[in-house]
Ligand binder design. Structure first.
Ligand code: PBE
Length: 267
């Protein structure tokens, strides 16, 4: 049972982020799935907007529910917890996939090989994200590549240099995706590519690759978070599989709130 009045105190509202985010879709799925959330609403916003509401609430030790995901520095800055989700409405743990345009292996075999080998741990991604918050993401990515030569060598071993070919990498604006895109940019540049990184809405990531405007992305969270965009364009791209694992989405609250599960919330 919920501490009296939490639901009323938060005005039956979950604070969300951008409309185009997969987590937004999952939050609506959650509102539909749990009968005790009848009458609750999702407040769409931006990632920055959600973070400022979260910061204000925590400063006043006020109750708040957000759509949260890991890895993300919010878990470093604040004491937060995921609400249990017995119906699995927010998805389970996710993998981050490498998706390339059809024909990349013929057109740019060197980039294709590196992307096919690109794989790093959640801790690596978090390292770049947290350093990136203190400095810049490009600098943090370059520092990570310098500090992890043995891993990077596995990605580039035996790959011939290229001479300044243009490479179009599409990504998303969340910190975890900026981190991976900047590491891939750094290593593709070492191979000799002139890399452009473009952050777009999740729906556009698959569209750009399917119509050949972009060469690759290492951003999509699958099978659930970006699953609907994947299915829409399936067959018009090549999925090289996970480059990272164990990311996740959920309903997140400050530790000080006396609720443990989505089912504890009152309608
Ligand atoms: N996220 C982070 C994005 C993908 C990466 C979970 C906020 C989303 O589409 O929901």
């Amino acid at each position: 049972g919920e501490e009296a009045g939490v639901s009323e105190a938060v005005d039956y509202t979950i604070h969300g982020i951008e409309p185009g985010a997969g987590i937004t879709e999952l939050a609506y799925n959650t509102l539909d799935t749990y009968d005790n959330l009848d009458g609750w609403t999702l407040e769409e916003s931006s990632t920055g907007g959600m973070m400022s509401v979260l910061r204000d609430s925590i400063e006043n030790e006020a109750p708040i529910l957000i759509t949260g995901w890991s890895p993300h520095y919010k878990f470093v800055e604040f004491d937060l917890k995921y609400l249990e989700d017995p119906e699995g409405a927010m998805g389970e743990t996710e993998d981050v996939h490498t998706i390339v345009r059809l024909g990349l292996d013929e057109d740019m075999p060197e980039a294709y090989q590196m992307l096919d080998r690109f794989h790093w741990e959640l801790e690596d991604m978090e390292q770049v994200m947290y350093d990136g918050e203190d400095s810049t993401y490009p600098e943090a990515a370059e520092a990570w590549v310098d500090d992890n030569r043995e891993v990077v060598e596995e990605w580039v071993e035996g790959i011939e240099m290229v001479d300044g070919e243009q490479f179009e990498l599409v990504s998303m604006s969340w910190e975890s995706e900026v981190a991976s895109a900047q590491v891939v940019r750094t290593v593709l540049e070492e191979i000799g590519y002139d890399v452009t990184v473009t952050d777009v809405d999740p729906a556009v990531v698959f569209q750009a690759i399917a119509n050949g405007e972009a060469d690759a992305t290492v951003a999509p969270w699958l099978p659930v978070t970006q699953g609907h965009h994947y299915e829409e364009h399936e067959g018009d791209f090549e999925d090289l599989g996970p480059n990272s694992t164990d990311t996740m989405n959920g309903i997140v609250v400050p530790e000080y709130m006396d609720i443990e599960s989505i089912e504890d919330l009152e309608p």
